[in-house]
Design a protein. Sequence first.
Length: 708
Amino acid sequence: MDGARPSRDRQSTRRRASEPPAEWGHAHPVVEAVTPQVEGGRFPAKREVGDLVTVEADVFTDGHDGIACQLRWRHDDDRRWSGAPMRPLGNDRWRGEFPADRRGTTRFVVRATIDAFGTWLHAARAKAGAGQDLTVELLVGAQLLDEAAARAKGKDRKRLTQRADALRDASDAADGAQSAVLDSVEASDFVALVAEYPDLSGAVSSDPLEVLAERRRARFGSWYEMFPRSASATPGRHGTFRDVEKRLGYVARLGFDVLYLPPIHPIGRTKRKGRDGSVTSGPDDPGSPWAIGSDEGGHTAVHPDLGTLEDFRHLVAAAADAGIEIAIDIAFQCSPDHPWVKEHPEWFRWLPDGTVRCAENPPKRYEDIYPINFDTADWRALWDELAGVVRFWVDQGVRIFRVDNPHTKPLRFWEWLIPGVQQDHPEVIFLAEAFTRPKVMYRLAKAGFTQSYTYFAWRNAKWELEQYMRELHDSEVADFFRPNLWPNTPDILTAALQSDGRAIFAIRHVLAATMSASYGIYGPAFELQEHEAREAGSEEYRHSEKYEIRHWRLDDPRSLADLIASVNGVRRGHLALQQHRNLRFHWIDNDQLIAYSRTVVARAPAPADLSPDDADVDTRPLLVIVNLDPKNPQSGWIEVDLAAVGVAPDEPYDVRDLLTGARYTWHGARNFVIIDPSVHSAHIFRVEARGAGSPGSEAIGGGTPSRP
């Protein structure tokens, strides 16, 4: 560990008093409570290329000696460790940073040593101030510099030796000369030089921890879900990959950069579901895409009505040309007609009557789907086959996978599969569709999932949203869990979306798009405000696209396409909305209004995967205020945390609404807002400080907004 011994303070094994570890005789510092760490270092903390990783630790020692604390790190591709001094925060807490400048794993430790020179210098200066004799003290200092010089090389060794000689020469000189030589060794550049050559004989290091840096899409992306079979411009005709290509312009105009396609494989006919999930189907019913497998093939085949593998590869390339990545669904389940059912019957759970147990979520039954039996004795072959499915689609150009119900598969399977794929293809991203218990959801993230669906769809009240978003942004969860907020999915039509009209879709969209760096919508159902449930109390859509081909009027004048494009434009243009762990709530005296800011957190210089467009991204803070009431205007007084948005308490500042273009001048923390959902449901304000030379400092009209 670069000359430092790992700390044994957490060692649980009792030792007899006569048998202390040998290094305990000289290792006085204690290093503990290091962050970030996930499960005591069992899993890596997650960051993205371009992040500045902040490390903190409690570091202290017995007695009154000073501490020198250094952060040390080494990327897997590096041969040597890098290091930088940490700074004290008070109460024995220390902080340092290192850049996540490349994809992959970086190991880091916090190393602490007794700062003998700093301790001596502080005492000598105190004695000089008290008028005490420094003859012996200067000799002690000279000895410490001699020891540092012995550890140094070249010009540094010479400089340290010269200063040690100066201390010795001044030891019997007049008081003035003694003070002068103290000044010379107290200079900041010389103190830093001594710190470069610490005495490591009693150094203590934390246990090594890891940070996994992934590409920026791991954190920031706008997802659009589309059923390819409904992409045809001709009503009633089964859509194809070529039809999806024709939709790429529409998706790009809306500002989405990830296009997610539900399963694209052949669909079984046995027990095929009919419209609205009926247990009987007609000859023209297409079935559920999640009932994977037929005579045409299984998980590495495409539905023949969609086209060919070559057509799919052409779509992936065309999407890339449009600035869009294609994501596909990985659903490890089978229809009764899947080739695996005949080839590997041991991979399924057979019942005493000779049938296979179908998928169930009582009282729901999915007779058209067979779950895979991961407890099979042939589990190694099964795991290899499933990993081969993922690698097959990586070979077709796919780099993003949305994984269906990963919580119903062994957690250790994902812990094996995901790092294995990413070892060869570190750019691959996995999104967990894990609507399950929080601890299971979080364990999937620790096991390797890049992002996860969340409970956002069901968090409606102000207090629920604030509590949940604080958990996702401000707790230890943020070190391993990247949320992807979806207001709707093909399986989720919440009660609010069913009953509260156009405004609720606008509200939920703004919230999802501005509370998280990654979000998605299931369209065109979302922008066209599809809201009819199959039955009362159900979250299933009537005429669900899961069971029938739909024809969507994308030019419908009721569409929210313009609002969605505007909000996505703000996301692309403002770095604050592209980061995680940077959301702060602001108090407002109306529970129907929610206010929060997003500010840019520290970044490493010039990350390697920045595109040329990133140079123009705005780094100013954003302040978002949303009316949670879709039916009535709401007003209130907001208390802006001025420090959080970079505004001095005594200066006016401008807020520009990036959705309407309106600009207002505000004074101080307390300001009045009113939002009418029949006009707009939210403000997305860019905060523009009016100091000299700052953007927006020119004189403008207006004042406190009376109505957005």
